[in-house]
Design a protein around this ligand. Sequence first.
Ligand code: GLP
Length: 292
Amino acid sequence: MLLYIGFRVPRPMVGRGAAAAGACHRTDMEVIIQPTQEAAADLVARIIAHDLRANPHLVLGLATGSTMERVYGGLVRMHRQENLDFSLCTTFNLDEYVGLAPEDANSYRFYMNRHLFDGVNIDKRNTHLPCGVAPDLDAECRDYEALIKRSGGIDFQLLGIGRAGHIGFNEPLSALQSRTRVKALTPTTIEQNAPFFGGPEKMPRRAMTMGVGTIIEARRCVLLATGGAKAQVLAQAVEGPITSMISATALQLHPRCTVVVDEAAAAGLQEREYYRWIFENEPEWEEYRGKR
Ligand code: GLP
């Protein structure tokens, strides 16, 4: 019998949650369609809570953006009402804007404190984002990768999708094996996020982001997309050819990726009925069906 000392589980353990539940190992992307954006976000929060309860030392990869606010709201609620415990959890965020200090209200560190970390019992020393004002950005990116590795790798990576099809800030032509690095933002991304800064001219032009290669090394990926504005790019990401032009397509290479969408974001998917059948019939999803 193998005995693992400590709580980190060596790779490869992709799909171990499904195995523990008695289901077969999944190796394909799955798509779950929920009626509303609230239901979709709530489902993602419950998937995270499930994995955190199963492994209190979970290394959780986190995302930002307006889509995630409901997910974090759900986690804070579960912490308060159901004692969901974050005290042993470690987090790594996908990205941070270059030039923004942690106390800047538009920084992703500020966002995370506000939407999640201040509302749960996480030890902030275990919450990590690249530092946007690091004196040596390349060294900061290398150190971030090293820290992820020292933490045993990411167990669960939460993802949104940008309008240009990016995960993290992996804009078009991001190598599918890329690591954490500085990336220039596209006009589409600047247009999407400029309202938070009070105009495009006030927005940073570059960000540090985990690479596509970093992201798909996570043992589990869950992507949440809601709203009709994401329908077209989501369909390309899930059902289109793999391309560095749309970094989310790299998730098709991942052995355990779940895509959760609302009806509006699912509108462009060709195989909607097939995905619905799987969610309604696979034992793994039983505890998530018919709940809000
Ligand atoms: C930013 C983040 C992405 C996120 C995207 C979507 O670009 N870097 O990680 O997925 O925003 O944001 P929203 O949820 O606001 O559409």
